[in-house]
Design a protein around this ligand. Sequence first.
Ligand code: PMP
Length: 406
Amino acid sequence: MIDLSHLRADFPILHQQVNGQPLVYFDNAASSQKPRAVIDSLVHYYEHDNANVHRGLHALSNRATDAFESAREKLARFIGAASPEEVIFTRGTTESINLVANIWASEFLKPGDIILYTGMEHHSNLVPWQLAAKRSGASVQHIPVLEDGTLDLENINALLTEQVKLFTCVHVSNSLGTINPVKELCARARALGITTLIDGAQAVGHMPVNVQDIGCDFYVFSGHKMCAPTGIGGLYGRAEVLAKMPPWHGGGEMIDLVTLETSTYKAAPARFEAGTPDIAGVIGLGAAIDYLETIGIDRIHEHGAALTSYAMQRLTELPGIRILGPATGDRGSLTAFHLASAHPHDLVEFANTHGLALRGGHHCTQPLMKRFQIPGSSRASFYFYNTTAEIDRMMEILHRAVTFFS
Ligand code: PMP
């Protein structure tokens, strides 16, 4: 396994005790920690360049605009978009999906159409489509999940039909760690003229992502899971698809000409970015991409895979454990499990008393918990600054928990 432990020095928050024990932070799938470089970029912006973007003709506004737009260029390159104009800044995955489920759907969904998602989607990739279906008279269907945590694609031809107008799928499941075959699925969908949206919340910043290679129409993600501040994220939209979409929010920045009667609108991305954006957040996201690129996304992915495989191997030591998701093969850098002896909430509270941050519950995937007939799971999710020594520490604590609860 590559040793990236020197990078821990870049993360001030990791060097603290929780409940008298050194912090072990394994809740990265919920939100990653932020390196000094990202924190400094925010301070620098507010201390030197703070001004509104795009509007001013003065030095500070020009500097803020340059930093803002250069972050868009970095992001476009990082996810393999054909141009920065295909990258829209949003508050994150949830807002990006809602934008598409409101705007694209209002224009293109009609009664009788089908929205196809999967049984392993996060609530934020289910609820907006259910709302869109209700508004448009379309219906929702899903691809089931197999016992091993992969998609049941045996009947895919019966599900992915010409009646489907929108197909959406999570790239990496936040509850199972499954990496879905999004490229193959998008190719099938595209052949039938179906619009596609991929939820990349657990993929961007963790593994190489190239939206053109995947061949999707939309790809959505959150900055806070990839070292950037909270409140900033993105929506990639293929230029041709964005050009056909009406605006979402109306306001400053997104217009061309306004009269008292009517208005005309700018092209993407401005059309979808009404009002003053989260300038500091965007700059922080740009700094996060710079930071991740100095490590290398391939190395981050390799390290995450190695940590996960080590954790999964060690977790089998625990009596009565059920580990969810694929047992072998490439997977996301997280593992979720259920212990017969303890409810996930009790286990996570026990872990916390020993300085270990896990997550317990349904992880915003209630249909998946129902599918596996469990009340919830405990999840350990890793990032490049985590180590095998921390996994050993987690195992010590979980062994104690098993004794405590049985
Ligand atoms: N999709 C997946 C797969 C996720 O893991 C998450 C965050 N847990 C989301 C969507 C929602 O992301 P956010 O809350 O940042 O909008």
